[in-house]
Design a protein around this ligand. Structure first.
Ligand code: COA
Ligand code: AMP
Length: 632
């Protein structure tokens, strides 16, 4: 279809409407769009304006009507519970239609929000698709988040109904979800009318009379619901992601542009065909799970895998190879941290020899920087293309990648290759002026963003503008810094804000600081992201105690770790806290976090000219040494 990567890329920018109108032809529309790209309210762009469709129809009914009834839509593989099950497209359609009926019977209508707090079980996908079927807007919250984080999201999304399960399964055992859900609803100002709870055999949840409903009982009483037609521009979901403060951003995804873009990526970016088995080893609570566990593979008629396990420990570092071999996986998509975890436990790749994984054609990695060591290790081990691709919750699909279905470009380790068609990626300076190739700057995407990217933040157009569009007029600011080399390859050097990536999970150090600062003995604090061999980054906290603090530094450190765990969640992984006499600051009082990061990473430290007292850097170095940093 495209002559080359260059051809596809140029066409996507020179004739945006022509390019995406062809891609739009792959979706079944109830009514064709009036305008491919409506820019009348720029910078609020709308794709496929005037079009009407249903995402669930395109993901399920369409395939059942076109010969895929008996093909597995979902393979659920849960190594800790020992369950492996297959759900065909027809079975999934029946489950989703029935559950959409449950939602309707609870009064959920088009535009209503439904918050989903679910582990990696097929009912999570059923919940999402059932919402899509009736035009309700879902908002998933990752199971590792603590009640307080869930409460913040409930208050912003204001769901009519919540969907959850009695527990999640971690290698260390079952994690009861219902007490977390109850606590979150206690904490939130907004109270959902009903909660539907899927009881898993490992843990039985106590149901609150009058509010909670047993999933299976509700299904028994339900009549199935048909697809509701929605505007292409109507929201499909809200996904909260970390910004620079403790208040998460409600990224909105529309229906039409999202379906078009995701379906396009399956062939063009990932190189798969309908009927292939596609496995995104992530979690439905993250954007990768939304896009590539649920929507994209189903829109394209693939079989998707829901794996409720880890790369290691469930039961061993051969877990991924076992799943690939058992289920004939063609494409694996995961985070580099998963490969680092496997490499740590099985450096010689002995476990892979136990399985025939000749079905695997591509490994895609994203979510954090793919360090060259991990790239080479994975590439040597698998002898297939290992593709680093760069994207974020806001875009919903790859911004830079080596597009396997268009043209395989030479790989440069450390680079996610070139911009994906649709994205006009530029490296700019603080005045929004482009910098020459080879120079580092802010990575901006020239507006408009392609279909599928966030049209705004949930009920907060102003925050959309101030977070992403106002600093560099004409550009969407990605929050990442980096450069392009002489061949136009992009290199991502990391976030330019206070967002960190811990084991592929996006977290806000600002949010952690807000929690630490509430400790009664803490006068001041800073949390920074430090390089970590396994998780990519981990947070490290610095605490200045109030004069006459009641507790010892050791006790405060322990308590602060516990507070972050219970307020944000175990996934925050804030384990290292050091008590210092003061923090390094500029003369105007700004904490020099970037300098602290450099010291912790063992990099070359340039003393900032604006520093109030350079001697404090030596104190920070000593304090970090005391807790084992830099980790060389
Ligand atoms: N529900 C409840 N708790 C959860 C959870 C969930 N869904 N997911 C994680 N947690 C908890 C863990 O139990 C752990 O708690 P602990 O501190 O009491 O042990 C904590 O959060 C950190 O978990 P995790 O990040 O999984 O770290 P780990 O050390 O257990 O495992 C890896 C390390 C690398 C194996 C793991 O992070 C991994 O598989 N990463 C892949 C990342 C990924 O898929 N990212 C998605 C983006 S593509
Ligand atoms: P999230 O929104 O959780 O997907 O996190 C997005 C952020 O993760 C990006 O802004 C980057 O900082 C980082 N990221 C994602 N993919 C890559 C990649 N391939 N290389 C480097 N950083 C990445």
């Amino acid at each position: 279809m495209y002559k080359s990567y260059e051809d596809a890329y140029r066409r996507s920018l020179d004739d945006r409407e022509g390019f995406w109108s062809i891609a739009g032809g792959a979706i079944t529309w109830d009514k064709k769009w009036d305008k491919v790209l409506d820019d009348t309210k720029a910078p609020f762009y709308r794709w496929f304006a005037g079009g009407r469709m249903n995402t669930c129809y395109n993901a399920l009914d369409y395939h059942v009507e076109n010969g895929r009834s008996d093909q597995a839509a979902i393979i659920y593989d849960s190594p800790v519970t020992g369950i492996v099950s297959k759900i065909t497209y027809k079975e999934l359609l029946d489950k989703v239609s029935s559950f959409a009926g449950v939602l309707k019977s609870l009064g959920v209508e088009k535009g209503d929000r439904v918050v989903i707090y679910m582990p990696m079980i097929p009912e999570a996908a059923v919940s999402m698709l059932a919402c899509a079927r009736i035009g309700a807007i879902h908002s998933l919250v990752f199971g590792g988040f603590a009640p307080n984080e869930l409460a913040v999201r409930i208050d912003d999304a204001k769901p009519k109904v919540m969907l959850s399960a009695s527990c999640g399964i971690e290698p260390k055992g079952a994690i009861p979800y219902k007490p977390l859900l109850d606590k979150a609803i206690d904490l939130s100002k907004h109270k959902p009318e009903k909660c539907v709870i899927f009881q898993r055999p490992q843990v039985k949840a106590d149901l609150t009379p009058g509010r909670d409903i047993d999933w299976m009982e509700a299904l028994g009483a339900a009549t199935s619901a048909e697809c509701v037609t929605v505007e292409a521009t109507d929201p499909l979901y809200i996904l909260y992601t970390s910004g620079t403060t403790g208040i998460p951003k409600g990224v909105v995804r529309d229906n039409g542009g999202h379906a078009v873009a995701l379906k396009w990526t399956m062939k063009n970016l990932y190189g798969v065909e309908p009927g292939d088995v596609y496995w995104a080893a992530s979690d439905v609570g993250w954007v990768v799970g939304h896009s590539y566990i649920v929507y994209a593979p189903l829109l394209y008629g693939c079989t998707t895998i829901m794996y409720e396990g880890k790369p290691v420990g469930t039961p061993d570092p051969g877990a991924f190879w076992r799943v690939i071999s058992d289920h004939n996986v063609k494409v694996l998509f995961t985070a580099p941290t998963a490969f680092r975890a496997i490499k740590k436990e099985d450096p010689n790749g002995d476990y892979i020899k136990k399985y025939d994984i000749s079905c695997l054609k591509y490994l895609f990695l994203a979510g954090e920087r793919l360090d060259p060591d991990t790239y080479h290790w994975a590439s040597d081990l698998l002898s297939i293309p290992v593709i680093d691709h760069w994207w974020q919750t806001e875009t919903g699909w790859g911004i830079a990648a080596n597009c396997m279905g268009i043209e395989e470009l030479p790989v440069k380790a450390g680079s996610p290759t070139k911009p994906v068609p649709g994205y006009d990626v530029r490296i700019i300076d603080e005045n929004a002026k482009e910098v020459p190739n080879g120079s580092e700057g802010i990575i901006g995407i020239k507006l408009p963003l392609p279909p599928g990217c966030l049209p705004t933040l949930w009920q907060n157009d102003d925050a959309y503008i101030s977070s992403y569009l106002s600093d560099y007029p004409g550009y969407y600011a990605t929050g990442d810094g980096g450069y392009k080399d002489e061949d136009g390859y992009i290199y991502i050097m990391g976030r330019v804000d206070d967002v960190i990536n811990v084991a592929g999970h996006r977290l806000s150090t600002g949010g952690m600081e807000e929690v630490v600062a509430t400790h009664p003995d803490v006068a001041e604090c800073a949390v920074i992201g430090v390089e970590d061999k396994l998780k990519g980054q981990v947070p490290v906290g610095f605490v200045v105690l109030k004069a006459g603090a009641a507790r010892s530094p050791e006790d405060v450190s322990k308590e602060v770790v516990g507070m972050v765990r219970s307020e944000i969640g175990a996934l925050a992984c804030l384990k290292d806290i050091t008590v210092v006499a003061r923090l390094p600051k500029t003369r105007s009082g700004k904490i020099l976090r970037a300098t602290m990061r450099k010291i912790a990473d063992g990099g070359e430290v340039k003393v900032p000219s604006t520093i109030e007292d350079p001697a404090v850097l030596g104190e920070i170095e000593e304090a970090l040494k005391g807790i084992g940093y830099p980790r060389t």
